[in-house]
Design a protein around this ligand. Structure first.
Ligand SMILES: [Mn+2]
Length: 454
C-alpha cells in the first residue's frame, strides 16, 4: 500500500492548526473506510504537527481521548520511502553454498549477514561470491591443474559466509533523508546500504536502483498556504489538498488539487462544513476537537473574523456534543491555564510584540483571559516584571493588555514612560489596578495603530 498522506498545519501551531489537521485526517480516513466497503482502495491519512501542542489543545485532547498527532520535522523523502523492508539474512557462520542457494531462489543480489543475536554484521552479494570464483582463474594462470582449481572452487562452497562478506557497508536509519543517503550510497563502492533499527537489527536494504526513483511525500496543508509557514522540505513534497482561511500565498502545485479557502473564522469551520457536505457527521471527540478550534480562533465568535458560517458550524458541532457552545468554549480557554500559577514571563511575554516609536522601541503585550480577577491579583508581580523588561531592553514603555474575552474589553497596565499611552487613550495609567478599556480587543487594529499614530 502507498505511504500515508500527511495532514499538517503551520509552524508554531495554534489550536486550529492542530485540530483542523486531526479533524480533516479523520474525515478523509472515514471516506477511505467507506470506499473500502465498496471494494475501492483510497489512501490512508495521518495527522501531524510542526511544533508543541498549545495547552488548550492538550486539555481538549486529554479530555476526549484523542491521540496526539506526531511531529514531522520535514517533508523530505526518507530512506523508509524506498527501502525494501525485511531483508533476507544469513548467519555469519552459514556456508557460501547456502548463501548462493538463497540468492538464486529469491532472485536477489545481496543478503544481510547477522550475528548470533540477529544484529547486523555485514553483507554478502552475488558479486562477492563471483569475485571469489574469478580469483580462482588466477590460480589457473599460475599453472595449477584444472582439477586443482575445480576442487578449490568446490571446497570454497563450504567456506563460511563471514570469510568473504563485506563489513564496511553504509548503514542507514529509516528516517534518514533520502537525498543525503543517496549521496552517501553513490560514494561507496558497493551498490547496497543496510537499514538498521535502534537495536542494530537489519530492517531494510536500499540499492542504487532504489534511489534512481525519487519519491515525493504527499501532504495536505491545513490552516496555511504559505511556504514560509509550512514544514521544512515542502518544496520536496507533493501538496495534494489545501484547506485554509488565510490569504492566498505562494504554495504552488504541479497537478490540479482540491483547494478550499474561505474567509471564515477558522480552518476547523471548513473541516466541519466538509463533514456536513459528505454527510459524515463527526464523532463526539472529533466534534469537540473542531468546536474547540472554532472557539479559540474566533475568540468565542466575538472576533471580527467570525462569520455566519462559523455560527452555523458551531451549532452543528454543539448539537452533536449536546453542549452549550459558549460554556464549552470557556472551558477550552480555561485549559490555557491557570492565570494564577502561569509563569509570569508567559503571562506577560507569550504574546508580546515590539514596535518602533520615534527613536525608541515599545512593547505591547496581550494576555487573553476568562478570569480577569485572577490576573489582576498578580498585579504587583506583573508590574515588577514589566519594569524589568523596560530596564533590560530599554523600552520606552511596556503596555500589557489583559483582554477579558467574556466582558469584551481590556485592562491596560503600563510601565515606563506612560505619557504616549495616556495621550493616545486619554487615560491616567498611573492608577493602581490599571485602566479598563471596554470594547478594546485587537492589539493590531485598536491599540498599536492608535499609539503609533498618536
Ligand atoms: Mn486558523
Amino acid at each position: 500500500m502507498a505511504a500515508p498522506i500527511i495532514v499538517v498545519g503551520h509552524k508554531n501551531p495554534d489550536n486550529d492548526a492542530i485540530c483542523a489537521a486531526v479533524g480533516y485526517a479523520w474525515l478523509k480516513n472515514e471516506i477511505t473506510r467507506l470506499a473500502a466497503e465498496k471494494g475501492i482502495e483510497y489512501p490512508v491519512y495521518v495527522p501531524a504537527r510542526l511544533g508543541p501542542m498549545p495547552p488548550e489543545t492538550v486539555g481538549v485532547f486529554e479530555k476526549w481521548g484523542i491521540e496526539t498527532p506526531q511531529v514531522v520535522n520535514n517533508l523530505h523523502a526518507r530512506v523508509s520511502d524506498v527501502m525494501t523492508p525485511d531483508p533476507l539474512c544469513i548467519a555469519g557462520d552459514g556456508r557460501i553454498l547456502d548463501a548462493g542457494r538463497i540468492l538464486r531462489k529469491h532472485n536477489i543480489q545481496a543478503l544481510v549477514v547477522t550475528n548470533e543475536d540477529g544484529t547486523y554484521r555485514g553483507l554478502i552479494s552475488t558479486r562477492m561470491i563471483a569475485e571469489r570464483y574469478i580469483a580462482a582463474t588466477d590460480v589457473l594462470e599460475e599453472g595449477a591443474s584444472q582439477m586443482a582449481v575445480a576442487s578449490d572452487l568446490i571446497a570454497s562452497l563450504d567456506q563460511t559466509v563471514d570469510s568473504i562478506m563485506e563489513e564496511n557497508i553504509l548503514t542507514l536509519d529509516a528516517e534518514d533523508r533520502l537525498d543525503e543517503a543517496a549521496a552517501d550510497l553513490m560514494n561507496q563502492p558497493l551498490r547496497e546500504a543496510v537499514v538498521l533499527d535502534e537495536d542494530n537489527r537489519p530492517i531494510g536494504i536500499v540499492t542504487r536502483s532504489d534511489i534512481a526513483v525519487h519519491p515525493h511525500r504527499q501532504v495536505i496543508l491545513v490552516d496555511h498556504n504559505e511556504i514560509r509557514q509550512a514544514a521544512n522540505g515542502i518544496e520536496d513534497a507533493e501538496v495534494v489538498e489545501i484547506i485554509d482561511h488565510h490569504r492566498i500565498a505562494d504554495v504552488s502545485t504541479v497537478n490540479p488539487i482540491k483547494f478550499v479557502n474561505m474567509p471564515v473564522g477558522s480552518s476547523a469551520t471548513i473541516v466541519a462544513l466538509e463533514c456536513e457536505r459528505h454527510k459524515i457527521p463527526p464523532t463526539k471527540p472529533i466534534a469537540a476537537v473542531l468546536l474547540s478550534a472554532i472557539m479559540t480562533d474566533t475568540v468565542l465568535l466575538k472576533s471580527p473574523t467570525a462569520t455566519y458560517t462559523d455560527e452555523h458550524m458551531v451549532k452543528y458541532l454543539a448539537d452533536i456534543l449536546e453542549v452549550d457552545p459558549m460554556e464549552f468554549g470557556m472551558e477550552v480557554f480555561s485549559f490555557r491555564g491557570g492565570d494564577d500559577d502561569m509563569p509570569i514571563e508567559d503571562l506577560v511575554g507569550a504574546d508580546s510584540k515590539e514596535f518602533a516609536l520615534g527613536d525608541g522601541t515599545v512593547l505591547i503585550a496581550q494576555h487573553e483571559t476568562t478570569n480577569l480577577k485572577a490576573v489582576l491579583e498578580r498585579e504587583d508581580e506583573i508590574r515588577a516584571y514589566m519594569r524589568e523588561l523596560v530596564e533590560g531592553h530599554g523600552y520606552e514603555f511596556v503596555l500589557l493588555m489583559v483582554t477579558d474575552i467574556i466582558a469584551e474589553g481590556s485592562q491596560f497596565l503600563v510601565e515606563g514612560h506612560r505619557r504616549t499611552v495616556d495621550r493616545a487613550f486619554d487615560i491616567d495609567s498611573s492608577v493602581p489596578g490599571g485602566n479598563w478599556m471596554p470594547g478594546i480587543l485587537s492589539r493590531k487594529k485598536q491599540v498599536a495603530a492608535r499609539i503609533l499614530g498618536a
